[in-house]
Ligand binder design. Structure first.
Ligand SMILES: Nc1ncnc2c1ncn2[C@@H]1O[C@H](COP(=O)(O)OP(=O)(O)OP(=O)(O)O)[C@@H](O)[C@H]1O
Ligand SMILES: [Mg+2]
Length: 291
């Protein structure tokens, strides 16, 4: 089974990695590839700086679901907006719901309750998959916050379930924790550069996910690899620099291989700006590497 075959069986996939390694780009690439396999895919972006739409060439989401080609949609989602939406559902009188969500006590609760915001985000994905939202969705891919935060996010529903001991919120959190623990339905993809700090964070996250949550990532993507210049004759400072960068990539990949024996996909650094052309080119290379 290839990495993409395995991913196509999932309902929820969390893409994470150190800041700037290509998480958003990879989320877009995987979204395109899964949609091409006939899955109805929603990409959820957590970062309020919104950049997923640029990768796919759509309008910014601003919280709405935006179509991004056949079988693919994107949504930028802020946890506070999800929690406020939940209050509006439970309190159908608009004026009252507004009063609650604007009250200082409510804000203190949202900010103070451990794991509430993270649970709200994943809970939104879970509800989308259960079909309570249109368009129908088979697979949600979350462009998650950087490494440390994503481990917190994945642990949050379990912790919230323990802390709240039943009740509506506790039941919701414990359903969600069970869903996240189901490795046949939920997966994690780690993005990294083959450089010292991103590889270090990747190794630490693999360890953390395994020990704390018994989660083994579906695969690791080493993104932005420098080209092999062995066949290009000649010297020159630019070529020497590229060769040195490539050697660094290779030694960092060796370091990764000592601790990670699961699937590793390699993607090159391409001379393209952020946008659909980059995503399409990386999607083609991803499929070729995964074959
Ligand atoms: N393989 C690649 N080749 C060329 N450019 C790339 C590649 N992968 C990503 N990029 C570019 O690198 C930049 C960072 O990528 P991206 O925004 O996907 O990273 P990120 O991990 O989501 O960052 P952040 O942590 O800030 O959210 C973007 O401009 C993107 O277009
Ligand atoms: Mg990003």
């Amino acid at each position: 089974m290839t990495a993409l075959d395995r991913l196509a069986e999932r309902q929820l996939v969390v893409v994470t990695g150190k800041g700037g390694v290509g998480k958003t780009t990879l989320t877009a690439v995987l979204g395109r590839l899964m949609a091409r396999r006939g899955r109805r895919v929603l990409l959820l972006e957590v970062d309020p700086r919104e950049s997923l739409h640029q990768a796919l060439g759509t309008e910014p989401s601003g919280g709405e679901v935006v179509p991004a080609g056949a079988g693919l949609s994107i949504q930028n989602l802020q946890p506070s907006a999800v929690i406020e939406g939940m209050v509006r559902e439970k309190v159908p009188i608009a004026y009252l719901a507004h009063k609650i969500t604007q009250s200082p006590a409510f804000h203190q609760f949202v900010e103070g309750a451990p794991g509430l915001k993270e649970t709200a985000l994943l809970g939104h994905a879970y509800r989308v998959l259960q079909g309570s939202h249109r368009p129908r969705t088979d697979l949600v891919i979350v462009d998650a916050p950087a490494t440390g935060h994503s481990a917190t996010m994945l642990a949050a529903p379990g912790l919230l379930a323990q802390a709240s001991e039943g009740g509506h919120l506790g039941d919701m959190a414990s359903d969600l924790a069970a869903f996240l623990a189901d490795a046949s339905r939920c997966g994690v993809v780690l993005a990294t550069l083959a450089e010292e700090m991103p590889i270090q964070e990747t190794l630490e996250l693999i360890e953390l996910l395994g020990t704390n949550l018994e989660i083994r990532p579906d695969f690791v993507v080493a993104n932005g690899l420098y080209p092999v210049l062995a066949s290009a004759p000649g010297r020159g400072s630019a070529k020497d620099l590229l060769r040195a960068r490539r050697r660094m990539n290779e030694s960092e990949l060796d370091r990764l291989a000592l601790a990670w024996d699961g699937p590793l996909l390699e993607l090159p650094l391409l001379p393209l700006d952020r946008g659909p052309a980059l995503v399409d080119a990386l999607a083609r290379l991803f499929e070729a590497a995964d074959a």
